[in-house]
Design a protein. Sequence first.
Length: 115
Amino acid sequence: EHDIVRALFSDPMSHYGLNCASYSCPNLAAFAYTGKTVNEGLARSAKHYVNHPRGLRIAGKSLVASKIYSWYADDFGGTRRLKSHWKAFAEPPLARSIEGASIDGYEYDWSLNDV
């Protein structure tokens, strides 16, 4: 993940396809990524993750995100670009909430993702 995929492709979408299988990671895909399906599959994974409390959680004007976004903020264009990235995949109500929320922290649950 780090030495080959991230270094070679410099694409933040890789975080939605390659992960450590802990609960706070995006879900493991139940399909193989191929040349024809990789972009669609990663976008689907990103949308699911961003719209799930494991990826983002908003309460009022406070936003707590997965530490993936903190650890790899540079991959997403820096912390100032995180909201734009999230809004690109968020359902409309969540996208509106992201706009007015401030990032209050990052969390991560290392327990096994058996969902």
